[in-house]
Design a protein around this ligand. Structure first.
Ligand code: ADP
Ligand code: ADP
Length: 229
């Protein structure tokens, strides 16, 4: 689903590479945590998958496509296959819950009929049924993140990228968010989640890819946040 072949990303020729010779494969249906200290390259990895940045050398494949060879007019279509969730939710403040999720369908031209049918299903999946008319500021942080997840998956992407999705949430709320991400993964979506949340990583027992200074220093199935010595 995602393949990095000897990928190096240099932003600034005077500093060390943000990613340095990454060889990595995330299969269809995987759930992988991306861990490592701030500056280790996690966000750069996610940005390369989204083609928000290009590799300096090496190849990035997403769903079988070499992303460097996707012409720029087709990048939006590439990104349509990838849902993204952020630490700070990034909801549209002037649209209600329904409207935030519906918007993701409207921008790709889905019919009103499809939107009316699909949005309630997705809101149910994230546990927000009955909250369609709430505005973002009327929601708790956990509820706002559920809206963001609903928006990210409403067009059924094959991949969900999450960049510190529990970073602004308390531990109990974070567990609820992880249960939703787990369910989405069990429905067949590949999930890659960058995180500093050691309790979450340790409780989920999923693949752990650890970056340090732009290199993969550990890649374990059923791993913990910190390497077991
Ligand atoms: P993480 O997400 O693990 O904190 P990043 O991918 O953001 O790591 O950063 C990796 C390295 O690349 C850091 O040294 C950071 O300073 C550098 N970096 C990230 N983005 C940029 C950018 N847009 N321009 C220059 N350097 C950057
Ligand atoms: P608009 O772009 O007109 O502001 P929204 O983004 O709020 O509309 O909603 C998109 C679509 O979903 C429209 O067809 C709208 O009528 C419908 N819709 C919006 N909110 C609800 C709701 N709570 N229940 C059912 N349908 C809704």
């Amino acid at each position: 689903m995602i393949r990095f072949e000897d990928v190096t990303k240099v932003y600034d020729a005077t500093s060390r590479p943000a990613l340095d010779g990454i060889d990595l494969e995330v299969d269809h249906g995987d759930f992988a945590f991306l861990v490592g200290p701030s500056g280790s390259g996690k966000s750069t990895f996610l940005r390369l998958v989204l083609r928000e940045e290009r590799a300096t050398t090496g190849e990035v494949y997403v769903a079988g496509k070499n992303v460097a060879r996707v012409p720029s007019w087709r990048v939006p279509r590439l990104r349509r296959g990838i849902g993204v969730v952020f630490q700070d939710f990034r909801l549209l403040p002037n649209k209600d819950v329904f409207g935030n999720v519906a918007f993701a369908m409207q921008v790709i031209g889905k019919s009103r009929h499809m939107i009316r049918e699909t949005v309630p299903e997705v809101l149910k999946l994230v546990g927000l049924e009955g909250k369609e008319r709430r505005m973002p500021h009327e929601l708790s942080g956990g509820e706002q993140q559920r809206v963001a997840i609903a928006r990210a998956i409403v067009n059924k992407p094959g991949i969900l990228l999450a960049d510190e999705p529990t970073g602004n949430l308390d531990p109990a709320t974070s567990v609820g968010i992880m249960n939703i991400l787990d369910r989405i993964n069990q429905n067949g979506t590949t999930v890659v989640m960058a995180t500093h949340d050691d309790d979450i990583v340790n409780s989920m027992k999923r693949r752990v890819i650890e970056l340090s200074a732009g290199r993969v220093v550990r890649d374990e199935t059923g791993g913990e946040y910190t390497a077991m010595i």
